[in-house]
Design a protein around this ligand. Structure first.
Ligand SMILES: [Ca+2]
Ligand SMILES: [Ca+2]
Length: 265
């Protein structure tokens, strides 16, 4: 399928390109500030700015499952490619990457002390995935749209339980933005790789809460969205999965969120 980019995504990726050299040096040398900034690029990206009511905080989620591939130094992924999503990265490693990126950007004077790169909370992730929708997927209740919007275990897969009646074009991971975006411009919220969220796993509370951050303690971390290795039902907007934070898997990655420090720290 053809890669699709919104103008805002283009702007964001262009800015990242200009700062890529110094970002790769994140773990190996003293960075040198240049004209482009990751943080300002994200700030100008209108995707998933959450301010839908007076109680909610603004956050920005990145439309890029491959960010870790380009900026983590050594690509940990089983499936290699600059446009393929990062995977085989544990929650602990993803969290550490967020912290290092935050420190790097603050040191360079590009990130205020009250802002930080983080994993999205489960609530933030689902908010961005749904893009205002309330149905099973952000494209509707019928799975007929799966092949257009998600990479999952389909007819290209040799895995048990694959949804052989669908053809999404890929057996394993697909390049970012291979599939149609949701209404807010996010690609691959359904499928491709699961994405780690910040929260410990816990049962949903019976009463609705605003901006939840999950339990204070736990044994397993949440990941969301389904993957190339599992049938389409795992890609549903409300589907919750979890595992130990040390898990590394070829079907599990992450995307970054730029938020307020007090959100989760
Ligand atoms: Ca597939
Ligand atoms: Ca995904």
């Amino acid at each position: 399928m053809k890669r699709q980019s919104t103008p805002s995504t283009w702007l964001f990726l262009t800015c990242l390109f200009f700062s890529q050299a110094e970002m790769i040096g994140l773990f190996s040398q003293t960075p040198k500030p240049n004209r482009a900034t990751v943080s300002s690029a994200i700030e100008t990206t209108p995707l998933a700015k959450r301010k839908d009511n007076g109680a909610s905080k603004v956050f920005t989620l990145m439309d890029d499952e491959a960010i870790g591939v380009r900026f983590m130094g050594n690509n940990p992924s089983h499936f290699k490619g600059s446009q393929l999503p990062v995977e085989k990265v544990s929650w602990d490693e993803a969290k550490a990457f967020c912290e290092q990126l935050t420190e790097y950007e603050r040191t360079a004077g590009r990130l205020p002390q009250d802002r930080a790169y983080q994993l999205p909370t489960e609530a933030q992730w689902e908010y961005a995935c749904r893009a205002g929708t309330k149905k099973a997927w952000n494209f509707g209740d019928s799975p007929s749209g799966l092949s257009t919007y998600a990479n999952f275990s389909d007819k290209n897969s040799n895995l048990q339980g694959a949804d052989k009646e669908y053809d999404d074009g890929f057996e394993f991971t697909a390049p970012v933005a291979s599939y149609s975006a949701n209404a807010w411009g996010f690609h691959e919220m359904h499928g491709n790789v699961f994405e780690w969220c910040m929260d410990w796993y816990g049962k949903h509370t019976p009463v609705a809460v605003i901006d939840p951050v999950g339990p204070l303690i736990g044994k397993e971390r949440i990941f969301r969205g389904g993957s190339w290795a599992l049938p389409g039902v795992f890609t549903r907007s409300a589907r919750r999965d979890k595992n130990q934070p040390i898990l590394k898997s070829g079907f599990l990655g992450f995307r970054l969120c730029l938020g307020q420090v007090q959100d989760k720290e």
